[in-house]
Design a binder for this molecule. Sequence first.
Ligand code: ADP
Ligand code: MG
Length: 248
Amino acid sequence: MSYSVESLQRQFKLFRMSETAKELPDFLRKAESHSWTYQEFLHELLSYEESCREQKMIEKHLKWARFPYQKSLNEFDLQEQRSLSSRQLKQLKELSWLEQSFNLIFLGPPGVGKTHLAIGLGLEAIQNGQRVSFISMGELIPFLKTEEYLRKAQIQLNRIRKADLVIIDDLMYMAMDQHEANLFFHLINHLYERSSIILTSNKGPEDWGELLGDQGITTAILDCLLHRSEVIHLNGESHRIKYRNSIF
Ligand code: ADP
Ligand code: MG
């Protein structure tokens, strides 16, 4: 029987431990030079494979999340957003709301950091091993309407339905007809208590009825969204306008 490094590498690959296979010669050298015990050797090898897999999973989840941009909570300046205390931000970062399937609703005018906060929390959730899906309301409605026949919509909506956290950005920028509001309600109802939702909107729930049209559907949607939710009001001037790039 051959014990060559190459044949061991082949076996590791066979068992889908290709990262370990690649690093095996290095591990063997280290084991000799540090006089690792058998247990230490196995521990090092398996921990390496485990961390590689976690990293790959995070990369896959980042791709699936489809964030429009990636900005972390560390990049969020609380001096610029006085409506949120550092204690509140820390609590949000701890993600206990996500474990308890709570929804978060960020309300406020444009440019105050609603999307940034939602993405920052989404990134935290992904680092924590959760699946996240980001979609703007403007994209969501066409996906829901074409789900029956468009593969792209099916894939996207499946990811949304299976996510631990769904971020729906800019909830109420456009009015919906009854069919659209119905489709939206079915999605929200599916996600209800199964996952957390972060919603951002420039209008408060009291104005949603006007855009959703049907009173019955509005009440049903509000019921699902607001039951077990934290509403966070963000105020202030637009960060975009304050720090706008000028060509002069
Ligand atoms: P909106 O409330 O319209 O969703 P965004 O979250 O997209 O606003 O913020 C607009 C831009 O300003 C983004 O580039 C975001 O990173 C930045 N921004 C807003 N608020 C802050 C803040 N408090 N600290 C750092 N950057 C901020
Ligand atoms: Mg936004």
